[in-house]
Design a protein around this ligand. Structure first.
Ligand SMILES: Nc1ncnc2c1ncn2[C@@H]1O[C@H](COP(=O)(O)OP(=O)(O)OP(=O)(O)O)[C@@H](O)[C@H]1O
Ligand SMILES: [Mg+2]
Length: 200
């Protein structure tokens, strides 16, 4: 499918529309793409968050992590669920992604079994590690927050309302969220944990 090479919005690099699966008869704005993504993500939200998902439905295995990304973005992007091959300003080196995700899966199983942390801290650490790894070309934030919410919902808590209906730059909590992630990078999880305890 060939898309127009015209830029969508000034700020959007051309690169960002490669792999777009929407009909190629028009140029899409960022907002239109965001809405298509949100429509896709809504299917995953219903599947995993409308009731507490079983371990079978949400097993937190290596393959399931990418299956979830496909379920969230696969109608819109052909690279959904596929690890990025390029380096980004956020995230580890591309070649380290498979190993880092395997370690995360093992750590989640260990934390779960040994009750190392309470469910809010576990959800926080899943979220933070997943977004630090940044496995995919885009959608890592929404996917990581979904992972944390699925973990919370599976463990008897309600999900966090992240206001995913707003474009990230419109979200009034965005700066606070990024600061909390940076604190977590330095080992201080307290602000990010606090954000996971404010559920519906
Ligand atoms: N310094 C930073 N600035 C912006 N995002 C950061 C930063 N550090 C970590 N992140 C994480 O990276 C995510 C953005 O990555 P990406 O664009 O792949 O995800 P997304 O789901 O498309 O974005 P968004 O969260 O904006 O909807 C943020 O949501 C946040 O979790
Ligand atoms: Mg993004």
């Amino acid at each position: 499918m060939i898309h127009s090479t015209q830029p969508i919005d000034d700020a959007t690099p051309l690169d960002d529309i490669s792999g777009l699966k929407l009909p190629s008869n028009k140029v899409y704005t960022l907002r239109e793409i965001y809405i298509a993504e949100a429509t896709n993500i809504a299917v995953a939200t219903i599947k995993y968050l409308s009731a507490s998902p079983s371990k079978r439905r949400a097993p937190f295995t290596y393959d399931w992590l990418s299956k979830l990304h496909v379920e969230m973005f696969g109608n819109v992007w052909d690279w959904a669920g596929k690890f990025r091959q390029v380096e980004l300003s956020i995230g580890i080196k591309a070649y380290q992604i498979p190993t880092a995700l395997k370690e995360l899966v093992d750590d989640i199983a260990y934390w779960d079994k040994h009750k190392t942390f309470d469910i809010y801290e576990t959800a926080t650490r899943i979220h933070h590690r997943a977004v630090q790894i940044h496995p995919y070309k885009n959608g890592n934030g929404r996917w990581s927050r979904m992972l944390a919410n699925i973990y919370l919902r599976q463990n008897g808590s309600m999900p966090v309302k992240w206001q995913e209906d707003l474009l990230s730059k419109e979200n009034p909590k965005r700066d606070e969220y990024i600061l909390a992630l940076k604190a977590a990078d330095n080992g201080d999880y307290s602000s990010l944990i606090a954000m996971h305890t404010i559920t519906y």
